[in-house]
Write a protein that binds this ligand. Structure first.
Ligand code: GLP
Length: 247
């Protein structure tokens, strides 16, 4: 497989490694357009970035950020929203100014129009330089859910049962059935992609990923078509399939 695989002993190691890779990237690409996922996996990576921001002055001054995805129907400041997650963990700590941050409104009047707004803004901003991705237990990327087809552009996604019970929103009190997400073309046109995977609950999906079969039924497998993918995992997520991943 033509991917750069980093296998760390545990979640702490993964988070340190991912933060190092991101900081090295920003040092050499100071005005990078970064697309961060939310979810539990990158939490400590983002914590390290915030803690080391003085070492990389470009963070707050130059980088631009585009939000990967968002739950549809939550208030923006709800503690379960991706907006709140990113604001608290990256945007505010790294002092990314509003003109350098682009993100879906979680509660727009017209969701299709909101996707169109993001599509045209992103077109103006140019391609993503660095994507920091996680994967769902069902193989989703952002909110690009498994199915018979995938969409290239920002769109409204119907969430699977599995995604609806994601810990981010399980206790939110909202019944969420849809999400807003960048599409596969947006993600795959990124210059560099990091895929962060942690924990034994991700092992089944990594077993499927490691087969190398590319299918819309496993959206993360589309990343195998990318020529600059770093897969940063902890041991539990990939035990037994390390050799396949490195082959
Ligand atoms: C969530 C988000 C994704 C995230 C993924 C994995 O539903 N939409 O952007 O990468 O699922 O989440 P976690 O890291 O919590 O396993």
């Amino acid at each position: 497989m033509d991917i750069q695989v980093h296998i760390e002993e545990d979640y702490a190691g993964l988070s340190h490694r991912a933060a190092e890779v991101v900081m090295d990237f920003i040092r050499t690409h100071p005005d990078a357009l970064v697309c961060p996922a939310s979810g539990s996996t990158p939490i400590d990576t983002y914590r390290h970035l915030a803690a080391h921001k003085e070492e990389v002055p470009e963070f707050g001054r130059q980088i631009r950020v585009v939000k990967l995805d968002e739950w549809l129907g939550l208030p923006m400041d709800d503690s379960a929203s991706c907006e709140k997650y990113l604001q608290d963990r990256l945007i505010k700590p790294l002092e990314v100014s509003p003109d350098r941050y682009l993100g879906f409104d979680s509660d727009p009047e017209d969701a299709e129009e909101e996707c169109e707004r993001i599509r045209s803004e992103l077109h103006r901003w140019g391609r993503i330089d660095l994507g920091i991705l996680g994967v769902g237990t069902n193989g989703h990327l952002g909110f690009n859910e498994p199915g018979g087809f995938l969409l290239p552009d920002p769109h409204v996604a119907r969430l699977t049962e599995e995604t609806r019970s994601h810990p981010m929103v399980a206790k939110s009190g909202y019944e969420l059935s849809r999400g807003l997400t960048l599409g596969l073309r947006d993600i795959l046109s990124a210059g560099t992609l990091l895929l962060l995977v942690s924990g034994s609950h991700k092992h089944p999906v990594m077993e499927r990923f490691a087969t190398g079969w590319i299918t819309t039924r496993l959206p993360v497998s589309l990343l195998l078509t990318h020529s600059n993918l770093h897969c940063i995992c902890d041991r539990e997520a990939v035990v037994g399939v390390e050799a396949q991943l490195r082959s």
